[in-house]
Design a protein around this ligand. Structure first.
Ligand code: ADP
Length: 160
């Protein structure tokens, strides 16, 4: 049985904070799927395909990492991909409260489906805890340099 974990998020954009979480979870898994949640009603700064291309470039050559976009319930995406674990990062108490609710709700939903999915958390790296996708977007909108927060940022294409 392969150990498969799903790391879901908007990743608009995928930052060095996200990257660090994936790299630190990798020794525990055979495969990690970075799952870009797409909500058709939401406007993203970066195009979905560009986000897939960008994240793939960050893990270029590592066969253990797959990048995919999905719609609908994260739990359903996990089941479809035979993943038993949801992976998340924690930066602060706000993340904790929010993540706790989602993890508990997901546990209830996945129990109903007789396929319990565990959520695992890693604490943010102390040097990366301030990195936040929405602040990175603000910096970019104002023509600031985001290269210190995002690996290979030249691969990202802004939605027009
Ligand atoms: P969402 O829209 O689901 O919040 P994000 O793309 O903002 O998705 O984040 C996905 C996951 O990455 C979340 O678990 C979030 O807490 C975590 N994360 C975001 N930034 C960092 C960081 N700098 N360090 C550690 N984890 C982070």
């Amino acid at each position: 049985m392969k150990r498969i974990g799903v790391f879901p998020g908007s990743f608009d954009p995928f930052t060095k904070g996200h990257e660090d979480i994936v790299r630190r979870f990798l020794p525990l898994f055979d495969q990690i799927i970075i799952a870009i949640g797409v909500n058709s009603k939401k406007k993203y700064m970066y195009d979905t395909n560009s986000r897939i291309d960008h994240i793939s470039s960050v893990f270029d050559g590592d066969e253990r990492v797959r990048v995919e976009a999905y719609e609908g319930l994260t739990i359903d995406f996990c089941k479809k991909n035979e993943a038993g674990y949801l992976l998340r990062g924690l930066r602060n108490t706000t993340d904790f409260e929010f993540e706790k609710s989602i993890a508990h709700m997901n546990e209830v939903i996945s129990d109903l489906n007789e396929a319990p999915i565990e959520t695992l958390f890693l604490m943010t790296d102390k040097n990366l805890s301030a990195i936040n996708s929405s602040i990175v977007r603000e910096i970019k909108k104002n023509n600031g340099d985001i290269s210190q927060f995002v690996t290979n940022e030249e691969r990202l294409i802004i939605n027009t």
